[in-house]
Design a binder for this molecule. Structure first.
Ligand SMILES: C[S@@+](CC[C@H](N)C(=O)[O-])C[C@H]1O[C@@H](n2cnc3c(N)ncnc32)[C@H](O)[C@@H]1O
Ligand SMILES: [Zn+2]
Length: 198
C-alpha cells in the first residue's frame, strides 16, 4: 500500500490577547459565568454537504474572518504501523485517506472518532490552512476571509515515498478546479542540491 502522508504547516497561533480588551471585558466575563447557559447554541461556522470537488465537503455557514480557528482535525492518534493495517476508509478508492501526520510522526486517523474536519477537501488555492500546535493538535484556520456558502479547503501537502510518476499522478489527481491547480494532491518533492564538483 502506498503511504500517503499529510503534514500541517507550522505557522504561529492566532491568539486573542486578553489585554487588548481591557478590565471591563474581564468583569463582564466574570458576571456572564454566573448566568444560566443560553438556550440556543451559537451557530456553527460550517456544515457538511456534498461537494463539487469530491464526495462530501465542508461549507461556511457565515463569513469567517481571516485567521479564525475553524475546527480541530480530530481522530484516533496512532502510529503508521497500526493505521495502515486498518480497513480502507473508502473500499472503492485505495488512495482515499483520512490520515493526517503530525510533525512527530503520529497519525491522526479521522476514520476513528473523527469530526467534521475529516470532510474538508483539498484545494491547490485553499482558503484555509492546517496548523499544528505545540501539543501536536492540528487545527484548520482561515487563511483569508471565507464567505457564507464557500467550500472550506486546505492544501493537503500529501507526500508519497518514491518519485511522482504517471501512476501516482492518476491516483492522486486533484479536482479542486482552481486556476492554479497543480493537478495532483501531492506536493512536489524538494530537489536535493547537487554538490559542486571540485
Ligand atoms: C479527508 S477526505 C475528504 C472528504 C472526501 N470528500 C470524502 O467525501 O470522503 C480526503 C479524500 O477526499 C478526496 N479529495 C479531497 N480533496 C480532493 C480534491 N481536491 N480532488 C480529488 N479528490 C479529493 C481524496 O480521495 C482524499 O483522499
Ligand atoms: Zn488542485
Amino acid at each position: 500500500m502506498t503511504r500517503a502522508l499529510r503534514r500541517s504547516s507550522q505557522r504561529p497561533l492566532h491568539r486573542a490577547s486578553l489585554a487588548a480588551f481591557g478590565a471591563d471585558a474581564v468583569v463582564a466575563a466574570t458576571r456572564a459565568d454566573t448566568h444560566p447557559m443560553p438556550k440556543e447554541k451559537p451557530q456553527r461556522a460550517y456544515r457538511v454537504r456534498n461537494s463539487p470537488i469530491h464526495g462530501r465537503g465542508v461549507f461556511a455557514t457565515r463569513t469567517i474572518r481571516k485567521g479564525t480557528r475553524i475546527v480541530e482535525y480530530r481522530g484516533d492518534r496512532t502510529t503508521w504501523e497500526v493505521a495502515v493495517k486498518r480497513p480502507a476508509s473508502d473500499p472503492d478508492n485505495p488512495h482515499h485517506t483520512f490520515f493526517f501526520e503530525t510533525s512527530d510522526g503520529t497519525v491522526i486517523d479521522a476514520s476513528v472518532r473523527g469530526n467534521a474536519a475529516r470532510w474538508i477537501n483539498h484545494s491547490c488555492d485553499a482558503n484555509g490552512e492546517s496548523y499544528e500546535d505545540e501539543n501536536g493538535r492540528v487545527f484548520i484556520d482561515a487563511r483569508r476571509v471565507i464567505h457564507a456558502g464557500d467550500e472550506i479547503t486546505y492544501d493537503y501537502r500529501l507526500s508519497i515515498e518514491g518519485r511522482i510518476g504517471k501512476r501516482a499522478r492518476a491516483a492522486y489527481a486533484c479536482g479542486c478546479g482552481a486556476e492554479k491547480c497543480r493537478g495532483v494532491l501531492l506536493l512536489k518533492p524538494k530537489r536535493k542540491k547537487k554538490k559542486k564538483a571540485k
